[in-house]
Design a protein around this ligand. Structure first.
Ligand SMILES: [Zn+2]
Length: 396
């Protein structure tokens, strides 16, 4: 239990007999390798069985010819505390996402906290507390990067300096607090950036009564690092504005499950047409009014591959390597030095697809057989996905 909560790293881990290895890297999404070796939670070797040192492992997983990908990253969640969300009165939602292959989550603000403070001292105190709480408690081993303050009027440069010194690395969605004007937000976003705090902005119409419209001009003026839910959360901007945000900025293009799907496909198409697919990252934007989706990232991958004309192996990169690079995370890619976070999958039983990638192209989501975080097996056959045709096994 203690290990699950702290995410303590394991000893040597070998995953062998991998049929398809997805790297998370758009430039080379499929690796010609069948074995991964990790030690103390970090990948140390990736290659053919004959070429890597697989001896002396504490844990050996036989993938039985199935598919290994980096653990999925949800770029946009709204946690509160522990494995509880008041938004839809759910317990255990993070553990449910683990069963959907998600090993890392990035908070876009702990905005659902009942009585969330709006004064500057309270905003800062909540951010530090949330960062500490999720650093110390990892439901099922999932890494929840939280403590993402939502900027309010009256914040000054020293506030961002103080937050950064206290360990805060993220700003919650700009626009969900009292600061909604671009000229006001841009100073705070720049101060945050100066001290190494990455920012995200709400894009599109109001999410719920009380929040507001953030249009193209505000997004461009505020210049946050991540164009949060470019496909709306849920209400999307007009398509010409989405096009401009893709083509006329260099910021991360975040597509979310709880947004407008037509707008998601539009943003994806623009990003591909301008040759900047590496900027596209995926999130669920949950818990939210639309609910809590344990399979949200897998569903987005399947939707974009099936309807967005992105090869399935590239669609997985949007939720892994792209997010890791855009957000400067140490996971998301199968390469030495990265976190040993993996999702082991196979095509779902009775999918019409011939292979797992074929099944995703057809719009099916894969079956998850095992999830590994920091070199530790966290779950076996998923309780939430359709059953995988073949399930990996811990053999030593
Ligand atoms: Zn939002």
């Amino acid at each position: 239990m203690a290990e699950q909560q702290t995410g303590a790293a394991a000893g040597k881990l070998v995953i062998r007999n991998i049929g398809l290895m997805l790297s998370g890297d758009l430039a080379r999404p499929i690796l010609d390798a069948d074995t991964i070796v990790a030690d103390k939670g970090t990948i140390v070797a990736v290659g053919k069985a004959a070429d890597v040192d697989a001896g002396g492992a504490a844990t050996v997983i036989d993938a039985k010819g199935t598919t290994v990908a980096p653990g999925l990253i949800d770029s946009h969640v709204h946690p509160v505390f522990g494995d509880w969300t008041p938004r839809q009165s759910q317990l255990g939602w993070i553990d449910s996402f683990l069963n959907g292959g998600v090993t890392t989550m990035v908070s876009a603000g702990e905005v659902h906290l009942p009585g969330r403070p709006k004064d500057v001292v309270g905003v800062k105190a909540l951010a530090v507390t949330a960062q500490r709480a999720f650093a110390g408690f990892r439901p099922g081993g999932v890494k929840v990067l939280a403590g993402a303050p939502v900027i309010e009027q009256g914040m000054v440069e020293d506030d961002f300096k103080e937050l950064a010194a206290a360990g805060v690395t993220l700003l919650g969605e700009v626009g969900l607090g009292g600061v909604k004007a671009g000229d006001e937000a841009k100073h705070m976003v720049a101060w945050a950036r100066k001290y190494g705090i990455q920012s995200t902005i709400h894009t599109g119409g109001p999410s719920i009564p009380g929040s507001g419209l953030i249009d193209r001009d505000v997004v461009m003026e505020a210049d946050a690092d991540v164009i949060g839910h470019i496909n709306g959360g849920h209400t999307a901007l007009p398509f010409d504005q989405i096009r401009d945000l893709c083509a006329d900025t260099r910021r991360s293009i975040e597509i979310v499950h709880n947004g407008n799907e037509k707008a998601a496909l539009h943003a994806l198409r623009i990003a591909r047409d301008i040759g900047q697919l590496e900027r596209v990252i995926l999130g669920t934007d949950s818990p939210a009014g639309s609910g809590v989706q344990p399979l949200g990232i897998l569903r987005l991958i399947a939707m974009l591959a099936a309807l967005g004309d992105v090869p399935a192996e590239q669609a997985f990169c949007l939720a892994t390597g792209n997010t890791a690079r855009q957000r400067r995370l140490g996971c998301g890619l199968v390469e030495p030095g990265r976190a040993a976070d993996f999702v082991i999958m196979d095509k779902a039983q009775h999918s019409a697809g011939r292979t797992i990638l074929d099944s995703v192209r057809l719009g099916d989501i894969p079956g998850i057989g095992m999830v590994v975080i920091d070199g530790v097996v966290r779950v076996g056959r998923s309780r939430n996905t359709p059953p995988a045709t073949i399930v990996p096994e811990v053999v030593a």
